[in-house]
Design a protein around this ligand. Structure first.
Ligand SMILES: [Zn+2]
Length: 541
């Protein structure tokens, strides 16, 4: 069953409509093909995840409607290793020009190759995210000879391909290269690098001659040669035709004049007899909060980094609720707490049947796929509460259990997992030391000694009310109520501006006495976390 009856519900539904109709026209009765491509040349970051999530969501909607649909994920591991990133042994420079699958993994890795090293965490993250795809190694495809026919075709049609490319070269004012054009580049037999130049090609015999910067040169029969690659602008349209791709999004950088998307669209029909897929351009995915981190990696965060601090449905939701053309940010800073509040509010609206159709669709795509529901936290205690508790207890599970029991009748920590673990990880890895909460070991005698009768009376009222109000809701009433009662108002009265000022002053005093600062986690949560006896000790009552 589809997520919504109306096909106008959200961007995913609209693309699914379009893709189903187009697939029916192009290849009736065949499984519908959606595609993504990822380069394992380095860490695969959250922006690249959009390359996968966009077709995943569309493919999943197509499957929900009962159509056979395959999501191909091409690992571009036969691309050349371009440069040695900062932080990697400079001796890796000798591998520049080799296929990523032939370069040794970065020092310290237990993976067989550079490509495998960067693929592995992405494969794990996609599994956790419930993304159902068929992975294709382009190294395996090329070296097994799967594309041999297509390569020979591209060589035969090289003049036509060159003419298409030339139009854009002229538009961009680039010089035409003087040498003959060959859309194929061999990896050198001797040094495995692609520092090669094709010097001759014979269409009849398919004999191709090349020389390499290393000094090596040879003539091979291309009809039997499986160690080379079509250039990118020809490789991509070749695969659209070979795989019958109907939907494949790409980043903004692929859509400029003369780019692979534009050129490929002109090549795919005349050369390979295929069609360009339906392909939305997707916008940038930004990050908040990573800059402040002292990350030893010093680079952009990956989906695995995000999944350490948020549950899979929440990360899915970020990609589902925005159209591909809209950019958005993934929060690694305090903003994640607001994101979770928003997510929980949506969950309540959905439960009460009060969500708008587009909200409902995004929520449904986040929490389940056509295969079934994703793991959920049985009791979704607010993330900010769990984060505060993790902060104040420094991760002591015994204390966490006691507080959650007081707070919400949580009997076992498993009821609040995996959300608790994500909040704990966020506190541990993304909250700077100076923002962490440290509950005072002993009372601030100097501050207590300096207090007048008025604040002392407020603190006395607070401590006397603790036992009776020992719940999140009760303590909220208590801390806001004490300044009202002191002003002669009822505990549930609307606060006057004077009372609001008195509340701010009272809260600041409590923070100073409990954690030695002017601010901290929400007071009711903090009081629960500190425990009634210790609160009494620290406020001197
Ligand atoms: Zn060589």
């Amino acid at each position: 069953m589809s997520v919504a009856d109306s096909t106008e519900t959200d961007w995913v539904s609209r693309f699914a409509d379009e893709v189903i109709a187009e697939a029916e026209r192009r290849a009736p009765g065949e499984p519908i093909v959606c595609a993504s491509g990822l380069s394992p040349s380095g860490p695969i970051h959250l922006g690249n995840l959009r390359e996968v999530m966009t077709p995943h969501l569309v493919a999943d909607e197509i499957r929900r409607r009962g159509h056979a649909c395959v999501h191909l994920l091409s690992w571009d591991d036969y691309d050349r290793f371009r440069r040695v990133p900062a932080g990697v042994d400079p001796s890796w420079a000798e591998h520049v020009g080799k296929p990523l699958s032939s370069v040794p993994a970065p020092p310290g890795s237990d993976h067989a190759s550079w490509a495998d090293h960067f693929k592995a965490p992405m494969i794990e993250a996609l599994e956790e995210l419930g993304v159902d795809y068929r992975g294709i190694s382009q190294t395996e495809q090329y070296t097994s000879g799967a594309y041999r026919e297509q390569i020979l075709t591209a060589l035969r049609e090289r003049a036509g391909i060159d003419a298409v490319l030339a139009r854009y070269r002229t538009k961009q004012g680039e010089e035409r290269p003087g040498a003959a054009y060959f859309p194929y580049r061999p990896y050198c037999e001797m040094c495995e690098r692609d520092l090669t130049t094709v010097t001759a090609y014979d269409d009849d015999t398919t004999e191709l001659a090349y020389t390499c910067a290393c000094g090596f040169g040879e003539t091979v029969r291309l009809a039997e040669h499986d160690r080379g690659k079509l250039v990118w602008k020809v490789d991509w349209p070749m695969r659209w035709a070979y795989e019958g791709v109907v939907f494949e999004p790409s980043g903004v950088d692929h859509h400029s004049p003369g780019s692979a998307w534009v050129v490929g669209g002109e090549i795919v029909g005349p050369v390979f007899g295929g069609e360009r897929p339906i392909g939305p351009m997707y916008a940038f995915v930004g990050i908040t909060g990573m800059a402040k981190m002292s990350s030893s990696k010093g680079d952009v965060p990956t989906p695995a980094d995000a999944l350490r601090i948020m549950e899979a449905p929440v990360l899915r939701w970020l990609y589902a609720r925005r159209k591909p053309s809209q950019s958005f940010k993934v929060a690694f800073d305090q903003e994640i707490q607001r994101l979770y509040d928003e997510w929980d509010a949506l969950g309540r609206k959905v439960a009460e049947d009060a969500a708008q159709p587009a909200e409902l669709a995004a929520h449904a795509r986040a929490v389940r796929t056509s295969r079934g529901p994703l793991p959920a936290t049985p009791r979704p205690v607010p993330y900010r509460t769990l984060a505060s508790i993790a902060d104040v207890t420094t991760g002591d599970t015994g204390q966490i259990g006691r507080i959650l029991g007081d707070l919400d009748g949580v009997a076992a920590l498993d009821e609040v997992r995996p959300r608790l673990d994500r909040a704990q990880a966020w506190i541990d890895t993304h909250v700077p030391a100076e923002q962490r909460t440290r509950v005072r070991e002993s009372p601030d005698e100097e501050l207590l000694g300096s207090l007048g009768e008025d604040p002392r009376e407020s603190l006395r009222m607070l401590t006397e009310g603790l036992d009776e109000h020992w719940s999140l809701e009760g303590l909220t009433t208590l801390v806001y109520g004490v300044p009202k009662l002191r002003a002669g108002l009822a505990a549930d009265a609307k606060p006057t501006p004077e009372v609001k000022a008195a509340q701010r002053e009272f809260f600041a005093l409590l923070y100073r006495l409990l954690v030695g600062r002017e601010t901290g986690p929400r007071l009711p949560t903090l009081l629960l976390a500190v425990g009634a006896d210790r609160v009494r000790k620290l406020v001197g009552a």
